[in-house]
Design a protein around this ligand. Structure first.
Ligand code: PCD
Ligand SMILES: [Cu+]
Length: 805
């Protein structure tokens, strides 16, 4: 072939799979040209703001809005009484419970929405909020999920009094939501009881909050002339919002358009449906004007979806040489005032039953009790939608504690129990089918990269030096090998409120050989516009730079379940590849006609179909696209478009090996992360640079959670960490350097072999940081201390161990 670029050169030009392509969205983000919800300004737009409860539990005796309504610029003050005739004073949650939109007779957590003020100006709305007089009568508060289950505990959900059957089975107490169990209880107990070594511990994963930079908000606009409602909002699942809005309001779904514009971080905080959305919709219908509601930072931290708050009691057994014999887990899950998780319907504790982790455990059992308390609802997410972080933290702590009991090296204990590469696909004792993995290879690579043996020697010397009084600093080596489960999920067992969890992609190739693809997902910063174009580039031979990716507008995008649970790559990414393949199949028929050969005589070569054995006779995808629109081809419809709805056969199981090396100052409780090594295996890597960015971001959130972040309540149910003065958000100052690495074990069932990665660094990061703290004190007898490991708590641990002399 003459001077034509060869296949490799042409492949590089595509910027397809594996290319560290620069993020196309950053041109606008780095120049302040993003378009976020709060940037939307419509003529005549009104503004909403909430009156919120200062009490965690109180009866609402009366609401007097007179003074507020008298303030010039105030248009309306909505209360539950106004919503009741519309049937909107309560709304269904994604977990099969219901939740007050506005306080109906009582409030159940501090910050709960009591009244919605609508005014011509954001500041007038805020002033009017202060003028609304609410008469509360305070009630006894329960913030402890164990006390909530006492026979004489106050009844929180009076609306459920006498209801003995919940969305997930029988309720056995007035503050009990559900009990969900999986596995073989008798078998696990018998195996553990008969073991040579048994470790038992309660592991608490505290309550925290995703705290995205942009808070939640929406703009609702009802066009009364043509009956169309448009809703712009910070939605991680715009189609779900459309369907739910239609079901709640009775407006036909085709008359509702939901748009997620640019989103300033979601992290799971923007999956759920909040009262602000419902109130804005009602307000626009009532006033006929667009209504904007954007919460402030304190409202976001106090009232929108928190994460975790899982008390996990574990028992694990082993032989004296370290073979795990069985695992038993019992969780008390504090769901706050309403069960507003967003787990697939069948799994009220998400995928917590991945708690056997990376290990070949013969028999296991887990049970989760969901409980109501006087705290904000939510519980769904924070860089892990479905309780996988909780599960990974649980098993990775239990392994460390077992290693202490065994007097064994924790790296070795892991190695002995890993699921072996030849066991995949592997069915776990709790019923998951792990698609692929090679844990031993990843583990050895990680240990070697940090010189694990050397670190252990240094640690032993440090302990000696400490005992001799030569240093006040201890060295902790935090190990983690996690297995994630992402890509919900097969429609056969994953749905949310009955909506099956498939995803979609629709592609249009334009006549001149560029394209637009639309997906049912929505980027919140992950870089979908960059990476999905790369998948398509490799599938269709159209350079990624010539492909626009559009998400988030329900009027144009195909139906999809949105972005959370690292499902975009496993599900929508698969749909993208499949739609690309449909394009290619049609292109092949067109090329065959143009080249006057049989379809089967053609072969695909990067960006073209060439005649087998005669590579100089070819048609590029661009030429084919032109012909598709402009040439009459017998038996073939004009145009070049495809759509794919993809129902994955299984979830994907990314994994990783993380090692954190931490110095701890015994006298101040301060820590310093000397090294953090993170090896991730997410199957086929689409964009290594974006993956690295995802890992950096996720590790930083893990650092935040493990080392300081928490939503803390006092006994009265007051939120003690409701501002960024007290809620720890790491900056570049606290963030260490991360050393990233990878292995690549493709998913056998995903069309391009890719698994998700966005959640992994949080799932693996939290136990790595926490284990490092624990490991530093191992020589001095520490087995378990609860997160977050802020300076004060570390200092206290040192004191309790008698290290302050
Ligand atoms: N293999 C592979 C995988 C992946 N990738 C890439 O990476 C990313 C991610 O992915 P994924 O994993 O699939 O995921 P998605 O779905 O997309 O997303 C989600 C996630 O994501 C993460 N990340 C991030 N980033 C940012 N920037 N922002 C945000 O917000 C965020 N968020 C977070 C979270 S939280 Mo949840 O909601 O809790 O559940 S879940 C989550 C994208 O771009 C993709 O494409 C690649 O490249 N390759
Ligand atoms: Cu997850």
């Amino acid at each position: 072939m003459k001077d034509l670029p060869d296949s490799e050169e042409r492949r590089a030009n595509l910027k397809g799979l594996g290319c560290a392509r620069k993020r196309v969205e950053d041109a606008r983000f780095t120049q302040g040209k993003g378009n976020y919800v709060d940037d939307i300004k419509l003529p005549g737009m009104l503004f909403g703001d909430f009156v919120r409860s200062p009490y965690a539990h109180a009866r609402v005796k009366s609401i007097n809005a007179e003074a507020a309504l008298a303030l010039p610029g105030v248009i309306a003050v909505l209360t539950a009484k106004d919503l009741e005739p519309l049937g909107l004073h309560w709304m269904p949650t994604l977990a099969g419970d219901k939740q007050m939109v506005l306080a109906d007779g009582k409030v159940l957590f501090q910050g709960q929405e009591v009244a919605f003020v609508v005014a011509t100006d954001r500041y007038i709305a805020a002033d009017a909020v202060e003028l609304v007089e609410v008469d509360y009568e305070d009630l006894p508060v329960v913030v402890d999920p164990f006390k909530a289950q006492a026979p004489d505990a106050p009844v929180l959900r009076e609306d459920l009094e006498g209801v003995t059957e919940g969305a997930h089975g029988p309720r056995r107490h007035h503050n009990h939501i559900f009990t969900w169990e999986q596995g073989d209880a008798a078998g696990a107990n018998a195996a553990i009881d008969g073991s040579e070594v048994i470790a038992e511990e309660t592991i608490y994963y505290h309550r925290t909050h995703p705290c995205p930079l942009e808070t939640c908000g929406c703009v609702a606009s009802m066009d009364k002339i043509n009956g169309k409602l448009t809703l712009w909002g910070t939605f991680q699942a715009p189609h779900v919002v459309r369907t739910v809005a239609s079901l709640l309001s009775g407006i036909d779904e085709h008359n509702i358009r939901v748009v997620s514009p640019d989103i300033g971080g979601g992290f799971g905080n923007k999956v759920g449906v909040y009262p602000g959305y419902v109130c804005s919709i009602v307000a626009t219908i009532v006033t006929g004007k667009p209504v904007k509601w954007v919460e402030d930072r304190m409202e976001n931290l106090m009232a929108t979806a928190f994460a975790r708050d899982y008390w996990m009691k574990g028992r694990i057994g082993a032989t004296k040489d370290g073979r795990i014999t069985g695992l038993h887990a019992h969780v008390t899950a504090d769901h706050g005032a309403f069960d507003a998780c967003a787990d697939p319907t069948k799994f009220p504790a998400g995928f917590f039953h991945i708690c056997t982790g990376s290990y070949d455990i013969p028999v296991a059992y887990c049970a989760v009790d969901g409980v109501y308390t006087n705290k904000a609802p939510g519980g769904v997410a924070y860089r892990c939608s479905f309780r996988v972080t909780e599960a990974a933290y649980f098993i990775e702590r239990m392994i460390e504690i077992l290693a202490i009991k065994l007097g064994m090296d924790a790296a070795e204990l892991r190695r002995i129990n890993f699921i072996r590469a030849d066991q995949f696909p592997y069915t776990s004792a709790l019923g998951w089918e792990y698609d692929s993995g090679d844990y031993h290879t990843a583990w050895d690579k990680a240990l070697k990269a940090v010189d694990y043996e050397g670190l252990r020697r240094e640690q032993a010397e440090r302990v000696e030096a400490f005992r001799r009084g030569e240093t006040r600093k201890l060295l902790g080596i935090g190990l983690t090998h996690f297995t994630e489960i992402v890509g919900a999920g097969p429609v056969k067992n994953c749905d949310i409120l009955g909506m099956g969890m498939f995803d979609s992609c629709e592609i249009r190739i334009h006549p001149t050989g560029s394209a637009i693809a639309r997906l049912g997902t929505i980027s919140q910063g992950q870089g979908h516009a960059t990476t999905f174009a790369q998948i398509l580039a490799s599938e269709t031979g159209i350079p990624a730079d010539k492909i626009t990716i559009e998400e988030g507008d329900t009027d144009t995008a195909p139906y999809g379940l949105g972005t959370y649970g690292s499902r975009s790559t496993p599900v929508a990414g698969a749909a993208t590849a499949m739609a690309g393949r449909k394009i290619r199949a049609k292109a092949q028929m067109i090329a065959a006609y143009l080249l006057e050969v049989h379809d089967d005589d053609l072969e695909w070569d990067v960006d073209r179909f060439a005649v087998k054995g005669a590579p100089e006779r070819f048609k590029t995808m661009a030429e084919i696209a032109y012909a598709a629109y402009n040439q009459a081809i017998p038996g073939v419809e004009p145009g070049l478009e495809a759509v794919s709805y993809y129902d994955p056969p299984n979830m994907t199981y990314p994994f990783g090996a993380y090692i954190c090396v931490m110095e701890i100052d015994v006298d101040t409780g301060e820590h310093e992360i000397r090294q953090f090594y993170a090896l991730d295996d997410c199957g086929t890597r689409i964009n290594p640079m974006i993956i690295e960015g995802q890992v950096h971001g996720g590790l930083t959130e893990a650092l935040a959670i493990a080392m300081g972040q928490e939503i803390a309540y006092d006994d009265m149910g007051n939120v003690r960490t409701g501002t960024l003065m007290d809620f720890f958000l790491p900056t570049a100052w606290e963030t260490p350097n991360y050393q990233t690495d990878w292995t690549e074990t493709p998913s056998p069932h995903h069309p391009i072999g890719a698994k998700g990665v966005g959640e992994s660094p949080n799932v693996g990061g939290v136990p790595a940081f926490s284990n490092a703290v624990h490991d530093a004190f191992r020589a001095f007898g520490l087995t378990q201390t609860h997160m977050p490991h802020d300076h004060w708590r570390i200092w206290r641990t040192a004191r309790d161990l008698g290290l302050h002399g």
